[in-house]
Design a protein around this ligand. Structure first.
Ligand code: ATR
Length: 286
């Protein structure tokens, strides 16, 4: 474990997560476990912040001396107005999920995409260079994932969305970042051949809609890697079908853990205790 910096030992680190609703967030359990495992004195609290109060709440981060906060639904876009500096990735993605407070100067980051890619590489596919990837969905979650994915040097990223104009626009907007192409969900059959990795970023299949899947089972190529950002349930219908077709499957739990891990590293400068964090989330899911 890292040698804990003296200044961390001497202060009580204030951390939290702002959202609405926030009661069922797994972040407090995960970060309290991280603080405990690293021996850093601190507290991570759920902060119920409504849209009307977001600006004041961010000013409160400065006033109360919070070292940092996570920002979740529905504030990830709006909060960009109230921080002082926005990291390049967060600017591209158009959303902030982590704020670091350096003596009153707030910097906004997005750790969702990098957290996802880290988890994918650790758990399912170690090298994404030259891979053909099909991403389902082009909303906020997809933007984080695709931005981080393009940095890994895939051969091609196809983005399929129910509303094709959105995936086409995204592909056009990010054409400088890599080989990216948009299409509609109906065009998926034209693109599945040769895909190495299929990623679902839509909410289709999420609790309580267990039976739903974003694409028909016969469109999943045999033996590829299939990843779903959903972690409730841990095995979605898409992953269940993929498993039956001999695919390597990867769920969204690791993304959640690693996005938190990166945030913890930004706040403390320490290596995040990923195993302890994962264990705390898994326990809170039961
Ligand atoms: P998130 O931040 O979770 O990505 P979002 O920005 O609202 O949420 O994006 C949701 C994504 O899931 C979109 O790509 C959406 O498709 P549309 O742009 O056509 O709305 C996709 N999605 C949601 N429900 C869907 C459904 N029933 N079938 C197909 N795609 C769906």
């Amino acid at each position: 474990m890292d040698v804990i910096k003296k200044e961390l030992k001497d202060t009580h680190l204030l951390l939290g997560v702002m959202g609405d609703p926030i009661l069922h967030s797994k972040s407090p359990a995960m970060h309290m476990a991280a603080l405990k495992a690293t021996g850093v004195p601190g507290t991570y609290v759920p902060l119920h912040v409504t849209r009307n109060n977001l600006k004041d709440a961010i000013q409160g981060v400065r006033a109360l001396g919070f070292r940092g906060v996570n920002v979740t639904v529905p504030h990830k876009v709006e909060v960009m107005k109230y921080v002082d500096v926005i990291d390049e990735g967060a600017r591209y993605i158009g959303a902030v999920n982590t704020i670091v407070n350096d003596e009153g100067v707030l910097t906004g980051y997005n750790t969702d995409g990098i957290g996802y890619i880290r988890s994918l590489k650790e758990e399912a596919i170690s090298d994404l260079r030259g891979k053909n990837v099909l991403v389902l969905g082009s909303g906020g979650a997809a933007r984080g994932v695709i931005y981080a994915l393009l940095k890994e040097g895939p051969a091609q990223v196809i983005v399929a969305n129910r509303t094709a104009s959105k995936s086409n626009e995204l592909a056009q907007e990010w054409s400088q970042l890599g080989n990216i192409k948009g299409c509609s969900m109906d065009e998926v059959p034209d693109y599945v051949a040769g895909v190495d990795l299929l990623i679902n970023t839509t909410s289709v299949g999420m609790y309580p809609d267990f039976q739903a899947s974003p694409i028909k089972a016969d469109l999943i190529p045999d033996g590829i890697v299939v990843s779903d950002l959903i972690y409730n349930p841990l095995k979605t219908e898409l992953l269940r079908q993929a498993e039956m077709k001999g695919c390597v499957i990867h769920n969204g739990l690791g993304m959640f853990v690693y996005q938190g891990g990166y945030a913890f590293e930004y706040w403390t400068g320490l290596t995040a205790p990923i195993d302890a964090m994962r264990e705390a989330v898994s326990e809170s899911l039961n």
